[in-house]
Write a protein that binds this ligand. Structure first.
Ligand SMILES: [Zn+2]
Length: 147
């Protein structure tokens, strides 16, 4: 790979290979927007510093990936941190929902218990009410018949 003399200072030139516009998506690049794979290389302008760069031919129009590895990793960390915070918030909401669910389950269990109590009591009470009602009706008919 031909390298420049290091006098280039723009983002797209700093790794020593002109690639047109640089891809600005945050994080570790997976594939170049142009469709070509990405390679991790070691800079000769900034010795030892690694960078991601598109493997496609220079003639392919950009934008292309051309970014420092350490910057990409930091962006990836920031993105992951944001996702973790988002998931923590979702977990908190789920925990709150679970609490509400537990209360509902308790309420349903209590209703079932009171329903069973009603089942145990109702048959005898119902018989008494029916018998009493029948007696009242018979008495009312007797009184009406006597008048
Ligand atoms: Zn590319």
């Amino acid at each position: 790979m031909p390298l420049s003399n290091g006098s280039w200072t723009t983002t797209s030139m700093r790794n020593g290979r002109y690639r047109g516009l640089s891809d600005t998506k945050p994080g570790i690049p997976k594939k170049c927007p142009c469709g070509f794979e990405i390679e991790l290389r070691v800079s000769q302008i900034d010795p030892g510093r690694r960078f991601f760069i598109c493997t496609g031919p220079v003639s392919v129009p950009g934008p292309h990936v051309n970014k420092w590895w350490d910057e990409a990793v930091m962006e990836e960390f920031d993105e992951l941190k944001g996702k973790i915070e988002e998931q923590n918030t979702q977990l908190l909401h789920i925990a709150m929902d679970c609490g509400r669910m537990d209360k509902l389950v308790d309420d349903v269990a209590k209703l079932k218990d009171s329903g069973k109590k009603m089942e145990n009591v109702t048959p005898n009470e119902l018989k008494i009410v029916v018998v009493f009602g029948v007696v009242v009706i018979i008495m009312a008919m007797i009184i009406a018949f006597l008048k």
